[in-house]
Design a protein around this ligand. Structure first.
Ligand code: TYD
Ligand code: MG
Length: 464
């Protein structure tokens, strides 16, 4: 076999040089050179299929559900994956430090191991002793037999060797950014290392038909560190999200080659690890004040295009500024949305708050970026400004336009059935959405169709 060789290629102009330099001699770009492997050994040109690749087949001859699923036993995780992890697939799990990525994946492997499936946890961040301590604390001494194996790994070859020894059905690599390939000179975490390490791990998952989970760190602006390139390589990309100081966590798929990317799984971080939250609405409404002004319940769909609706409490508080400028603070909704609604309330409804402090919050720590949150937020602000509570059996959803009109939103029936399941009786909703709903879609909820914010506020605060 020929020796592996590397070269440095300019990502801007494609010029290649044998040594790294700060500036490309081809195009003059700074820091554009990335290390690449030129030769992995053996001859590369070939005109026949590899012996282990079957010839082309017709679509109809491929059996349905050829992909074997491996349920982890964590229902919320399995649902987001599309019914369990697919053997031979690679799942990238991204999220802020401390959100619970290691805990989630350790629990997934533990679930498999306890049902007798061999599993491998390769840790480059925490020591084997730390991971073992956590596993024992969460699941108790001796609960895995010898099925869950831990290995400290800093080189991708360590993971490959451990996988040969263990023959796992599921592998966790925590994290992909700390692994390196000795074939490359660049530091772990660099783009070239990440690409090479990931390529080798994908090969490992495919050749062993194991489900592989890669932990990936996220940068300040929310992107997976460095490599968009990683997202292209893997089969599934999951984001694990949660606010600091809040126990609630959401797991979403942003890419899924084996299922829909519209599911969201909900967890709560507890003393005993991550607990599944099968009914998030219950969690979010548990501490809701019943006769307070400034509180409105909204059925939202946390994932764009998502099949699931969740009830959240939208809160607003209006106060007098303590000297100086009036403050606007939005948590869980965009501040631009709050500013727009305040302008609409002032110009179209006559509720002027220019000289007041306004605080808006989505209780529970969820961040909502769908327009359906507009109407409940406007109602919460109006309710706070007038100090009149909204009816307690009422939910509201709808987009608000600049003219103060209430505009239709998607998934009306999903929202109503969630509201019905939590025993709400009435819904304020856009007239155009109400028109499209059948008797069955209403789920027994009384519909209050409105065309303007003004109308909605009158109903909720004066007539209701
Ligand atoms: P971890 O899984 O290490 O996060 P990540 O791998 O994403 O960096 O979780 C770390 C946090 O979770 C830590 O602050 C402690 C908390 N935690 C609990 O509250 N309960 C538990 O049972 C565990 C294992 C962790
Ligand atoms: Mg971790």
């Amino acid at each position: 076999m020929a020796k592996t060789e590397t070269r440095f290629v300019c990502q801007a102009c494609g010029a290649a040089v044998p040594r790294w330099v700060g500036r490309c001699s081809g195009c003059g770009g700074w820091n554009t050179l990335v290390e690449e492997i030129t030769q992995r050994g053996g001859k590369r040109t070939r005109h026949s299929l590899s012996p282990d690749v079957p010839g082309p087949v017709s679509v109809d001859s491929v059996p349905e559900d050829a992909a074997a699923r491996l349920p982890t036993g964590i229902a919320e995780l399995d649902r987001v994956l599309g019914g369990g992890a697919v053997l031979g697939s690679v799942v990238l799990v991204g999220g802020d430090p401390g959100v619970g990525k290691s805990t989630l994946l350790l629990q997934a492997l533990a679930g498999l191991a306890r049902r007798g499936a061999p599993a491998l946890y390769a840790s480059g961040e925490e020591s084997v002793a730390q991971v073992a301590l956590r596993a024992r604390r969460l699941f108790g001494e001796g609960s895995f037999g010898d099925k869950l194996k831990l290995v400290a790994a800093s080189d991708v070859a360590d993971v490959e060797a451990a996988a040969s020894a263990v023959s796992p059905v599921a592998i966790v690599v925590d994290s992909v950014q700390v692994l390196r390939s000795a074939d490359l000179e660049s530091a772990p975490g660099s783009v070239s290392q990440l690409r090479e390490v990931t390529a080798r791990l994908i090969e490992l998952a495919k050749s062993r038909q194991a489900a592989l989970f890669l932990v990936g760190h996220v940068t300040k602006d929310g992107a997976l560190a460095g490599p968009k390139v990683l997202e292209h390589l893997v089969d599934v990309v999951l984001a694990f999200e949660g606010e600091r100081g809040n126990a609630f966590r959401a797991l979403r798929a942003s890419k899924n080659r084996y299922g829909s990317a519209t599911e969201v799984g909900v967890f709560e971080m507890a003393q005993t690890g991550l607990a599944e939250v099968p009914n998030p609405s219950e969690l979010f409404l548990a501490e809701r004040p019943l006769h307070a002004s400034g509180s409105v319940i909204a059925p939202v769909t946390p994932q764009e295009g998502g099949a699931r609706a969740v009830l959240v409490e939208v809160q607003a508080l209006v106060g007098s500024p303590q000297g100086g400028m009036a403050r606007r603070v939005a948590t869980g909704v965009a501040s631009s949305r709050l500013a727009l609604l305040l302008a609409v309330l002032e110009r179209k409804v006559g509720i002027g708050l220019a000289t007041s402090d306004v605080f808006a919050n989505v209780a529970g720590g969820l961040t909502i970026d769908e327009p359906a949150i507009d109407l409940p937020l406007a109602l919460a602000i109006a309710s706070a400004a007038r100090d009149i509570p909204c009816p307690r059996d009422l939910v509201a959803f709808g987009e608000v336009g600049l003219a103060g009109e209430v505009r239709g939103v998607a998934r009306g029936s999903t929202r109503l059935s969630e509201a019905a399941s939590m025993r709400f009786k009435r819904a304020l909703l856009p007239a155009s959405t109400a028109e499209r709903l059948s008797e069955r879609d209403r789920a027994g909820i009384e519909l209050v169709a409105v065309r303007s914010v003004h109308e909605a506020i009158r109903y909720a605060l004066e007539l209701g």
